[in-house]
Design a protein around this ligand. Structure first.
Ligand code: RI2
Length: 310
């Protein structure tokens, strides 16, 4: 229980972050938690697993990869506790391997859209988006990347570090300089925390402004997103909840306390309408956002079936 709570806290505090990474972490935590459980009876075991799943899902409400990963593992079957544990291990390992392969495959597919000499703009820190840049660079394409700071959590610093390690030229800019630099950009590549059935993309706050500036300058926007970031529940009309984080990420409590009429709003994500997205690059191909329903139906069909039967 202690380790489960620690993992949940690390995801919540963003010590572990990135939509793909939190999904893989939740899957591996469920697997390890199950292995540690000493329950004798299946009913008791199932109850404890349900508690763990709910705790992990509640850590970050926006990234759909998290509930998708958890539901994948929670489809386990078994006549007794040992069988259930074995099935959970199989499902969790399967999810993690598929997810790692997906990020690599997105790199291969997405790199075809990158030309030699391109200047790419990116936002926040997306392993799927960086996979495309890494692959293009590995193919010998001379690229350079403009990376935003991505305040308030500064994930842009992680991005420039990773690019630097890969040997890719990078320029760090403040978030408000996006439109200023858009004229130099050939292609915008960003990640996703969720993709809805109508092709809207939910990603780090500021993504929609970048897409808007790119649209104004007629620059293509590519979203790198594994299929498990698509939201089957959006078919039921459910909206993806936008996480709002603590004001302390923006201004210190002391400074805020000095002001009597000021409050801070800190949404972590925003929604980019599909009109501003040219392509969503998944591990099964690159599609226009209008194809989101097909992706959900073909690759998350098991979820739709389960949703319909409950
Ligand atoms: P990968 C991140 O969320 C960013 O919004 C990023 O674009 C997205 O997850 C996808 O990241 P946060 O955890 O899965 O920083 O591509 O809030 O790594």
């Amino acid at each position: 229980m202690k380790q489960l709570k620690e993992t949940a806290e690390k995801i919540k505090s963003m010590e572990i972050r990135g939509a793909g990474k939190i999904a893989r972490t939740a899957a591996s935590e469920l697997r390890d938690y199950a292995a540690r459980l000493e329950a004798k009876y299946l009913d008791d075991f199932n109850k404890k697993m349900k508690y763990a799943a709910e705790l992990l899902v509640s850590t970050r409400p926006t990234a759909v990869s998290l509930p998708n990963a958890i539901r994948w593992v929670m489809r386990y079957k078994g006549e007794n506790v040992d069988e259930a544990k074995a099935d959970i291990k199989k499902l969790a390992d399967e999810f993690i391997t598929n997810s790692e392969n997906a990020v690599r495959k997105i790199g291969e597919i997405g790199a075809r859209r990158v030309q030699d000499g391109d200047t790419i703009m990116t936002h926040c820190n997306s392993s799927a988006a960086i996979s495309i840049m890494a692959q293009a660079h590995a193919q010998g394409k001379d690229i350079n990347v403009i990376a935003t700071e991505s305040r308030p959590r500064w994930q842009g610093l992680l991005t420039i570090k990773q690019l630097d390690k890969l040997g890719i030229d990078a320029t760090l800019i403040v978030d408000s300089a996006v439109r200023f630099f858009m004229k130099d950009v050939d292609l915008v590549i960003m990640g996703a925390d969720a993709v809805t059935v109508n092709g809207s993309v939910i990603n780090k706050i500021g993504t929609s402004q970048i897409a808007l500036a790119a649209n104004e300058s007629r620059k293509n926007v590519v979203i790198a997103a594994e299929t498990y970031k698509f939201s089957p529940r959006s078919i039921l009309g459910e909206l993806v909840e936008i996480e709002e984080r603590a004001s302390e990420e923006v201004i210190s409590r002391e400074k805020l306390d000095e002001l009597s009429n000021v409050r801070v709003r800190n949404p972590a994500f925003d929604v980019t309408p599909r009109e501003y997205i040219d392509l969503i690059c998944t591990e099964v191909g690159a599609f226009p956002p209008e194809m989101a329903y097909i992706i959900i139906k073909d690759f998350l069909g098991w979820e739709i079936e389960e949703m319909n039967s409950t």
